[in-house]
Structures are given as C-alpha cells and as structure tokens.
Design a protein around this ligand. Structure first.
Ligand code: SF4
Ligand code: SF4
Length: 422
C-alpha cells in the first residue's frame, strides 16, 4: 500500500465518528437522495446518487467497523480500497458535489450525506486525490491569505475605490467598534460595490464598524478541499483579529460557504467558543429593518426572483430575512418553484466553481436553475452569495439568457431613504 493511500485511509478512520457509522447503518437504499441531487437529476447518471459518492468510505466502515466485515477481513475476504478507486471517486466527491445539503434534507432516515461527503474529502485530500483547481486555491489561501490570491494592496485599492464612489470613509483596523466586516474573494474582485452599499447602510443606521487589512478574506478553501488543519488556520486569522480589535460581532459576507465555515464549523475547528458573535449580513440587515434603522423609500415594479444560497438558507436557516428585505424594495417578487430550504443549488458551491475540469458538468446541471428562473418570468434575480452570483451569471451567459443578477445588500442600498444621511 502506498504511503499516500495509507494517509488517506487513516484520514477516513479519523473522520469515522458515531454519526457517520450510524448513517451507513441506517441507509435503507431507497434512492430518494438521488432525486434530490441536481447532478443526478440533470444527467440521469446513477453514479451521481449521493450515497454512492461515499462508496469507498462505506467500504472502510463495513470492513473495519462492523462484525461481519471484520470477520471477512480476518479471513482475507471482503472489499478493499485501492488508490485507483480513490482516483476514480475524486470527480464524484469534488466535481459533482457542491455540499448543497439537499440530499440530507430528502433522506427519510435523516442521514446527513453532505456531512459525510465533507468528511470524506479529508481522506481524499490526504491521499492526494483533491483536484488541481482546489489545491491551487488552497495554496494561495495559505501563502497569500486568499484563495484568489488577493493581496492587501488589492483589497485596499477596492476599499478606496468604494470610498470615492460613496463619499463615505471605510474604517480600517479600528479597535473597539461593534462590527468587523469580512468579504469573500469573489466580492472583493467581482462585486466590490457590496462594500460601498454596506457603508451607506451602516452610515444611515449609525453602526460602528471596521474592515481589517489582515483578516478581510472570509472564504475558507480548507473546508472545501477537506483539510481541517488549513480550515482551522483560516478561521483563526479572523478570530485573532476580531478578538484583538475587541469587536462584538463578525459579519459574514454574501458568501454561503464562508458563513458555514465561520459560524458553524469555526468553533469546532479551533476547539473553543469565540469571544464574539458571527452574524450573516442578511441577519444584521433584517435586524436593522426590524429596529427601524434600515429605512428605504420607493419600490421597483420590475419582476424579481430570489435564488436561495444553500449554505445560508437550507444549511444556515436564514429563510425569512432575505424575503423581508426584498419586500421592502420590490412590489413584484416571484418565488421560484421549490423555494427556500428546497431550492436547487447554483451548481458551483463547495469548491466546484474552482475546478476547471468540472466546468462542462456545471453547465449541464445549471439547467435546473435555468428552468427555475424561466418559470418565474422575472427579469432580475436577487441572491445573497457572490459565488452563486458569479456561477449564475456564467450559466446565464452560457445559455444566452438575459437576466440581471444583483446582490441583496446592493439592492436594498439602491432604495435607501434619501433624506437620511447616506
Ligand atoms: S450535497 Fe447536494 S450536490 Fe452533494 S450529493 Fe447532496 S444533493 Fe448532491
Ligand atoms: S435517501 Fe437516505 S436512506 Fe435513502 S438511499 Fe439515500 S442515504 Fe440511503
């Protein structure tokens, strides 16, 4: 057995906790997870059945964690796992899983297949079977602090551009404020107007806040590739700065996986609770709305629909907030078919959009989003995740669809009350 395979199998063993063992034990092979996964529904290929994506991990569970499996192994029987098999499974575990969580919601016995795939990636990465695109993003995260290689100089240039655009000072590294705002790589490079929109909203609401020139990046490619040590280091960069500045809240950006990493996985990764609270920006905006501190005027009568980012809505539980915020500024909001926790993924989450070899498959599975958007008749799609936004914009371009896409923070800021200081 090669050293890399041994490392991978050991990572599988480490990942094999009580929930995973019980999930394998309770699977009744009903196939309902297949109908919940866009990679299966849009290709019709049975290899994309979610529980099948875990086959090497299941084999190890059966061989080493069940009585019959252990007896078979003692007799030199039973299934083994080879390096070639892990290589074959790499596209199933990475390219065709966005960790969207829809299969976990559909499973009638409550198996959290998404959690298992996330854990299986630990063994895949340890055995050298992570895809090149994700390895590169992770390397840049370690060396440069950002999976897209954004250095502080680039971040600062975007900050200053937004200051010029809005005429509002964006506080840098300011201690003692209430909120530390983080961004995703995709926002910094592709949608920096998010920061300007927040500056306008915060000025109106009288929020004390800052961005950090060290911990501006919230994207966590350690989780996407499946290396907990790296994921921990990335979380710690934000934790250290937030605790040093003494902020009360860290604001997770319009990015689904950054929210999962920081809010749900972070404390477990670093082994202690934070000294601050993590809020998704939608939670904060909705809180300001409820307190009457987010004041808008006028509404667009253009037909709008909303794409629910999986990690924020299905996995994060933030279902009502985006709808309440859209209702403030739009008179013709149209839900897609299967909205909220049952919405379909954009097809590029969980690191899939960083994997070049997955591009064709990503466009194939985008057909479900295309049908959902077309079904609403809306000309504008609102979302709350910059990665979803980018993936959707690419899908719309691929299918030559003329739909405008906008982030929710930016949409709300467009309708801020004019007589308020902004
Ligand atoms: S998490 Fe989403 S993409 Fe991954 S297997 Fe489940 S349904 Fe499919
Ligand atoms: S839905 Fe659940 S029980 Fe059914 S095959 Fe999938 S994992 Fe097994």
């Amino acid at each position: 057995m090669s050293a890399s395979l041994e490392r991978g199998l050991n990572a599988f063993r480490e990942a094999m906790d009580a929930p995973i063992a019980s999930f394998f034990n309770s699977c009744v092979h009903c196939g309902m997870c297949a109908d919940a996964c866009l990679f299966h529904t849009e290709t019709g290929d049975p290899k994309y059945t979610p529980i099948h994506k875990l086959e090497p991990l299941r084999k190890l569970w059966k061989r080493e964690y069940t009585l019959l499996g252990r007896l078979a192994a003692l007799l030199g029987l039973g299934e083994t796992i080879s390096d070639a098999e892990l290589e074959e499974w790499s596209p199933l575990v990475y390219d065709s899983c966005t960790l969207c969580g829809r299969c976990s919601v559909a499973c009638p016995v409550g198996n959290d297949i998404t959690y298992m795939i996330r854990k299986m990636r630990e063994g895949m990465a340890a055995s050298g079977h992570a895809p090149a695109g994700l390895i590169d993003a992770t390397r840049k995260s370690i060396e440069l602090g950002s999976p897209m290689g954004i250095k502080p100089k680039t971040f600062l240039a975007q900050v200053h551009a937004q200051e010029e655009e809005t005429g509002i000072e964006i506080p840098l590294d300011r201690p003692g404020v209430d909120y530390l705002v983080t961004m995703s790589s995709m926002e910094i490079l592709g949608y920096p107007e998010y920061l300007g929109s927040l500056a306008r909203i915060f000025k109106q609401a009288g929020i004390s806040w800052t961005v950090s020139t060290e911990a501006y990046e919230a994207t966590n490619s350690g989780i996407q590739i499946g290396v907990s040590d790296i994921a921990r280091e990335i979380v710690m960069r934000i934790v250290s700065v937030a605790e040093e500045l003494g902020v009360k809240y860290v604001i997770s950006p319009e990015c689904g996986h950054a929210f999962t990493a920081l809010r749900w996985e972070g404390p477990n990764l670093i082994g202690r609770p934070y000294k601050f609270e993590v809020l998704h920006v939608l939670e904060l905006l909705d809180q300001l709305r409820k307190e009457g501190r987010l004041k808008t005027e006028g509404k667009t009568d253009a037909a709008l629909t909303f794409h629910d980012p999986c990690q924020i809505v299905r996995r994060g539980g933030i279902v009502a907030a985006p709808r309440s915020l859209i209702d403030m500024v739009a008179s013709d909001f149209r839900e897609m078919e299967d909205p909220g926790v049952y919405n379909w993924c954009c097809g590029g989450g969980g690191g899939v959009s960083a994997i070049p070899r997955a591009e064709e498959l990503r466009y194939t599975v985008f057909k479900i989003k295309k049908r959902q958007i077309e079904g609403t008749g809306a000309g504008t799609l609102v979302t709350a995740c910059a990665n979803c936004r980018n993936v959707i914009e690419e899908g719309l371009e691929h299918y030559k669809m003329d739909t405008r896409v906008i982030g929710i923070t930016e949409l709300v800021a467009e309708y801020l009350k004019k007589d308020e200081p902004a």
